[in-house]
Write a protein that binds this ligand. Structure first.
Ligand SMILES: [Cu+2]
Length: 509
């Protein structure tokens, strides 16, 4: 896994959460009668976050295209249109440009009027919620299909993260700087009011985050032990620890910092008796210096929270690129998808593929090899077995235990015969089956009903860990989009699918 892909995913998540949180703070944290006081600073920085989101939307398309094609930067002009046209990620990404355009229009419209900006803020929040949905629709919960329940749970989780962590970002980059800069102009109780509102918003968001987070974690982990024994679980533990730290700091703000701000501004309210000791050590003074001191202190605490918030979002990006243990645990017992022979040899098992002999003794490999010859004349709507003499190109593909093929999108010309050289680079068995979407569904159904039956079809091969095998395929004369997929139990559902774009790159005519 290239670290750049994770970095760009993290940037995209941060961009979505920041843009959401800015508007959440605008709508729920900043009191209505104070719009004019914050409008200029807020709207300017909201523009910056929109720019950041626009940039990350472009970058995420580039990085996913590179990740899918596994190819060089120079191939991008050809790969991007194919990703947009042929892949699920591409079809969902298409929603972003129009949404961003609308967001930008609203932003320009609200630039000069703080009264208009209040309503526009609500509309923009709805638009950003839709952008957030494109994120959830391309994450793990969507591996199992469009508009699944898990996708909506993930979406609510992301929105709530926007309300909480994003609003903290807004406090750090907009609200506190304005409060500090323009002390004398503001309503006397403004800082206390804002801090109180933030606390309420954070409380609701936290409830949503915990409910959706626990549900998702349970679905992805599948068992308690996975939390401690898999790297996915370890990253999740790091993320949970950081969230726990944020909750502690939030409680400190709620029960110690907020009462002190109220006291400093001469508002009624008193410190909890057990916390009195702190206020006696650092007494609150009700003058401007005292107010400034309390606000500064809150500002620093919120800034620290924001930094931890960024770390939480980076951890989320790592999880998105990791393999949820539950997807692997779906393998039924007895149908050994972890090959015992290579399991013992540990991490080295997958390398180097060429040194590991073909397991001809293994029933599956032997059978499918025999079938390759016996049924080679079978024709499908998506092509037929090819002949070595007519092969024009070799495409190398790796099957990975992260339930992905690398590359996961390839391009061929109509009528070409291609030699696919497929390596199982993991420690699990994998398949490589060529077909259209219907054929993949059919094959998946057969594998579900008869787990363990050998592959009879000429359009696929089965691989043992470390093994490299090849398949020759002759593609039809007309453009189409085909798939290659693995139908080991649970793998197809976890998204182990690649796309073959059959299309002439020469201009038509
Ligand atoms: Cu597989």
């Amino acid at each position: 896994m290239h670290p750049w892909y994770i970095a760009l995913t993290a940037i995209d998540i941060i961009a979505v959460v920041t843009a959401l949180g800015m508007l959440a703070a605008w709508i729920w944290v900043i009191p209505r009668d104070q719009d004019a006081y914050f409008h200029r600073s807020f709207w300017r920085i909201e523009g910056a976050t929109l720019f950041f989101l626009t940039l990350s939307s472009a970058l995420i398309l580039v990085s996913r295209s590179l990740e899918m094609s596994g190819g060089p930067l120079s191939g991008l002009p050809q790969v991007i249109p194919e990703v947009l046209q042929a892949t699920r990620f591409g079809s969902i990404w298409w929603f972003r440009p129009p949404l961003l355009l609308v967001l930008w229009l609203f932003w320009f419209w609200g630039l000069n009027s703080s009264r208009r900006a209040r309503r526009l803020g609500i509309l923009m929040f709805i638009g950003l919620a839709a952008v957030a949905f494109t994120r959830s629709e391309t994450g793990h919960p969507a591996d199992h299909g469009n508009f699944r329940f898990g996708v909506f749970v993930d979406w609510v989780h992301l929105l709530a993260a926007g309300l909480w962590i994003g609003a903290l970002f807004c406090m750090t980059i907009v609200i506190f700087p304005v409060l500090r800069r323009r002390m004398s102009e503001r309503r006397p109780d403004l800082a206390a009011d804002i801090f109180q509102r933030l606390s309420v918003l954070a409380g609701w968001a936290l409830a949503l985050i915990l409910a959706t987070g626990i549900w998702t974690a349970w679905k992805q982990l599948g068992s308690w032990s996975a939390l401690f024994e898999t790297s996915y679980g370890h990253i999740l533990l790091v993320k949970l620890s950081l969230v726990a730290l944020l909750i502690l700091i939030g409680a400190y703000n709620r029960f110690i910092r907020l009462p002190r701000i109220r006291l400093a501004h001469g508002l009624h309210g008193r410190l909890h008796s057990s916390l009195d000791r702190i206020s006696r050590m650092h007494p609150v003074t009700r003058d401007e210096a005292g107010q400034r001191r309390e606000i500064d202190h809150c500002y620093h605490v919120v800034a620290v929270e924001s930094v931890i918030g960024v770390a939480v979002l980076v951890a989320a990006a790592f999880l998105l690129h990791g393999m949820p243990p539950a997807a692997m645990a779906k393998v039924p017992p007895g149908f050994g998808t972890l090959s015992p022979g290579t399991r013992a040899s540990g991490f080295g098992a997958g390398t180097p593929p060429s040194n590991i002999p073909m397991r001809m003794g293994s029933s599956r490999s032997a059978r499918s090899t025999r079938k390759d010859q016996a049924t080679s004349r079978m024709r499908f709507s998506f092509g037929e077995s090819g002949h070595m003499s007519r092969t024009v190109r070799t495409i190398k593909i790796q099957a990975l235990d992260t339930m992905r093929f690398s590359p996961s999108i390839v391009h061929v010309e109509p009528g070409q015969t291609i030699r696919f050289v497929v390596t199982d680079a993991g420690r699990l068995d994998h398949e490589f089956v060529i077909g259209d979407a219907k054929e993949q569904q059919r094959h998946e159904q057969v594998m579900k009903e008869h787990p363990g039956i050998p592959m009879h079809d000429p359009n696929g091969i089965t691989l043992k860990p470390g093994q490299t095998r090849s398949i020759l395929w002759h593609f039809p004369d007309h453009p189409m989009v085909l798939e290659y997929a693995c139908h080991e139990p649970g793998h197809f559902a976890a998204g182990m699918i690649g796309k073959i774009v059959v299309e002439s790159r020469e201009p038509a005519g």
